[in-house]
Design a binder for this molecule. Structure first.
Ligand SMILES: [Fe+2]
Ligand SMILES: [Fe+2]
Length: 194
């Protein structure tokens, strides 16, 4: 399965380049599923319903957010009703929206997308590892879900890399977001997780 992930799309310039390039990228790579981190899509702060719709119309299948999830208050009811937009799963109980979602790929497979917040130099939230473990326990890859993607949103590469090792062999892909800096550390772990 081919999954494309685009990390934090910032403001109009970020949206324009992504939305402008997506048709060509889709034609060239024929992805099964496209995920966009849109937490900074509205002028750097959060996302609006209109912007989320622009991402979806351009072929995005899932939008993940992060610590800027609620910068635009109007997105709260959208997060409640649209399972394609995710805020961190380890936010306090009763936070609007959801942190994981089982969605259909273009070729009819089921993918579980999880977004979780890291904690080092970030907000004091529930343990991200425990939150992911709770979702993975009893859900071996390839049974209920054909693919599982975990987006870990945080400052520190070591914490994000730890999530990669923690999930190795149990999910398809772990990606890090939030810092807006490419780290060139893409790899496939021994258990097969990218
Ligand atoms: Fe960001
Ligand atoms: Fe962030």
């Amino acid at each position: 399965m081919k999954i494309l992930y685009f990390g934090d799309v910032v403001g109009r310039s970020g949206r324009d380049i992504l939305i402008g390039q997506l048709p060509k990228i889709r034609e060239r790579l024929s992805p099964d599923f496209i995920v966009v981190n849109g937490e900074n899509a509205a002028g750097g702060f959060g996302i609006t319903e209109k912007i989320a719709e622009e991402f979806f119309s351009a072929g995005t299948d899932c939008v993940v957010l992060g610590n800027h999830s609620f910068d635009q208050k109007e997105i709260m009811p959208v997060l409640e009703k649209d399972a394609r937009i995710l805020r961190p799963v380890n936010y306090p109980k009763d936070t609007p929206g959801r942190g994981f979602s089982a969605l259909k790929t273009r070729r009819g497979k089921t993918i579980l997308v999880v977004q979780v917040m890291a904690r080092l130099f970030m907000d004091p939230l529930d343990d991200p590892f425990a939150a992911v473990e709770k979702l993975l326990a009893g859900n071996p890859l390839g049974k209920k879900y054909d693919a599982i993607l975990v987006d870990i949103h945080g400052e520190i590469t070591s914490e994000k890399m730890s999530m990669g090792h923690f999930c190795d062999g149990r999910v398809s892909m772990v990606v890090g977001s939030h810092t807006h800096v490419p780290t060139a550390d893409a790899q496939i772990f021994p258990g097969g997780t990218a």
